[in-house]
Ligand binder design. Structure first.
Ligand SMILES: Nc1ncnc2c1ncn2[C@@H]1O[C@H](COP(=O)(O)OP(=O)(O)OP(=O)(O)O)[C@@H](O)[C@H]1O
Length: 246
């Protein structure tokens, strides 16, 4: 039998202030091996800032971030809300160049497989800036996966995608997870969250207001719909957009 899953990431007591306003106010959370974790919450609640702090893209004012290994950067993939691609290069060449930053240069076969996995095989040679919004989103996800990470952070991976592309990304996330990749994603689509996440972390006004499996959260709030849970949590603590202090 499998033992207890490893903790891949542990963040404790994270705080971040911009100007005079504290937008992350003591966030602690763990990401375990094998999990798909959805980080949800209202606009401006502090989700992206929390991810940026966890990824070392922003420095916390307080708190600690610990990964399961010191060289975690080569084992963590990141799709941010906007990815700067290399101008003048096609999708496939962008992947090749991003891969060159790691110690795992892409073979042609690997590149083709990744493009297929992300539904980009027909636009492999199209210059990245000429791809549609949804295709650019998929290329950003492909970039996040180019070095075969063990943990992938996907910030709104399906925002602005059409329903079919959205479903394709759901399958991609499941396939990745089945191949051993742990995934942390943010989303405002509660159906998607319910469908994909093993665990949900609800951030409200810079704090973790609730967390649990979809089933646990639904049972706690007496519903079978995560959107109802979301509404109840969002109404129970007003003022998220302002990140007001309690
Ligand atoms: N560099 C910055 N300077 C000043 N304020 C910032 C900065 N980055 C984020 N903020 C503020 O911090 C708050 C939290 O932003 P964040 O992007 O983390 O929210 P979010 O939960 O990811 O929102 P969304 O769902 O809209 O993406 C917002 O009020 C935002 O304006």
């Amino acid at each position: 039998m499998k033992g207890k899953p490893n903790t891949l990431l542990s963040v404790t007591g994270l705080r971040k202030r911009f100007g005079g306003r504290e937008v992350v106010r003591g966030v602690s959370l763990d990401i375990l091996e094998g999990e798909i974790v959805a980080v949800i919450g209202p606009n401006g609640a502090g989700k992206s800032t929390t991810l940026d702090l966890a990824l070392g893209l922003k420095r916390p004012d307080e708190g600690t971030v610990a990964y399961w290994r010191d060289d975690y950067r080569t084992h963590v993939g990141v799709q941010l809300q906007s990815t700067p691609f290399f101008p003048g290069l096609g999708a496939a060449d962008n992947l090749k160049l991003f891969a060159a930053f790691y110690r795992k240069p892409l073979t042609r076969e690997q590149g083709e497989r990744l493009l297929r996995l992300c539904g980009l095989q027909d636009v492999a040679d199209t210059e990245a800036s000429r791809l549609s919004g949804g295709q650019q989103k998929r290329l950003a996800i492909a970039v996040a996966l180019v070095h075969e990470p063990r943990l992938a952070f996907l910030d709104e991976p399906t925002a602005a995608l059409d329903p079919k592309a959205r479903r394709d990304i759901h399958s991609l996330i499941r396939t990745l997870n089945e191949s051993g990749v742990s995934v942390v994603f943010t989303s405002h689509d509660m159906e998607e969250v319910h469908r994909l996440a093993h665990r949900i972390v609800f951030i409200e006004a810079g704090r973790v207001a609730a967390e649990g499996t979809p089933e646990e959260l639904c049972a706690r709030f007496g519903t079978d719909d995560i959107e109802d849970v979301y509404m109840m949590l969002a109404q129970s603590d007003a003022g998220s957009e302002g990140g007001r202090s309690a």
